[in-house]
Design a protein around this ligand. Structure first.
Ligand SMILES: Nc1ncnc2c1ncn2[C@@H]1O[C@H](COP(=O)(O)OP(=O)(O)OP(=O)(O)O)[C@@H](O)[C@H]1O
Ligand SMILES: [Mg+2]
Length: 234
């Protein structure tokens, strides 16, 4: 199996060298657990270190918020944006017609960008925010499935984020995202400590313990040789 280097220091050692190429990975965690930083770092380092074009799909209404996050780590993305190595696409979710139709449109726009630019790394941040615009839970589930299925058709390695309530055994907001994913990575913040757990990764003999990580001035750094006790996470 081909592996995609994550660009997150310390992570690849936990997952046999990297993310399975072509997989769809769910990155879940409560609010402020670093889901957005993690997924940007994946895109940024992918472009910088591995020369792989990336697409960051956000529903963030204000693109400035994304820039703030990048700037706080000195990640200068402007040049890479000009070269179209890093691309940010904001979903247009103001409901025009039905949600299903809207989703199809967005999916085909994303597919178009991926094909045109040869995108290898794709992020959708976050599926929760996007699903929160839909009221009926069963509609949310079927649309999430459809969306993830569409993304899996693409020839790229995808990370999609989901915000969980802060219980340690909850892996997604709607209880279905983890089943659509080939891998699940969970982030925890038990102040002041941050940690990461690989819950599943298909085709991979991954670490089965929780590892601490820190936010440094260059982004997230995981300590693969250190462990956090399950009981220490709240
Ligand atoms: N430059 C930095 N140095 C240290 N810590 C930082 C820095 N920038 C952000 N943080 C920490 O990271 C947290 C935010 O991370 P991030 O936005 O990735 O979380 P998230 O899981 O995406 O949260 P949300 O629920 O808002 O989507 C901040 O609340 C702050 O604690
Ligand atoms: Mg976020």
């Amino acid at each position: 199996m081909e592996r995609v280097k994550s660009g997150i220091k310390g992570l690849d050692e936990l997952i046999q060298g990297g993310l399975p190429q072509g997989s769809a990975i769910l990155l879940s965690g409560g609010t402020g657990t670093c889901k957005t930083i993690f997924s940007m770092q994946y895109i940024y380092n992918g472009a910088l270190m591995y020369n792989e074009p990336g697409l960051f799909v956000t529903i963030e209404a204000n693109p400035k918020n994304i820039a703030w996050n990048m700037e706080s780590f000195g990640w200068d993305i402007r040049k890479m944006q000009e070269e179209r190595k890093i691309n940010i696409y904001r979903l247009h979710l103001a409901p025009k017609r039905t949600f299903g139709e809207l989703l199809n449109e967005e999916l085909s726009t994303i597919t178009g960008i991926v094909k045109e630019l040869g995108i290898k790394r794709l992020v959708v941040d976050s599926t929760t925010a996007f699903a929160s615009l839909i009221e009926d839970p069963s509609t949310i589930r079927s649309l999430l499935f459809k969306f993830a299925d569409g993304l899996k058709e693409l020839d790229c390695t995808t990370i999609f984020t989901s915000e969980t309530r802060s219980t340690k055994t909850s892996f997604s907001a709607y209880g279905v995202e983890e089943f659509m994913a080939d891998g699940v990575i969970v982030l925890y913040f038990t102040p002041p400590n941050r940690s990461i757990f690989v819950r599943k990764m298909r085709g991979t003999n991954h670490s089965k313990t929780v590892h601490p990580f820190e936010i440094t001035q260059n982004g997230i750094v995981i300590k693969p040789k250190e462990q956090v006790l399950w009981e220490a996470i709240k």
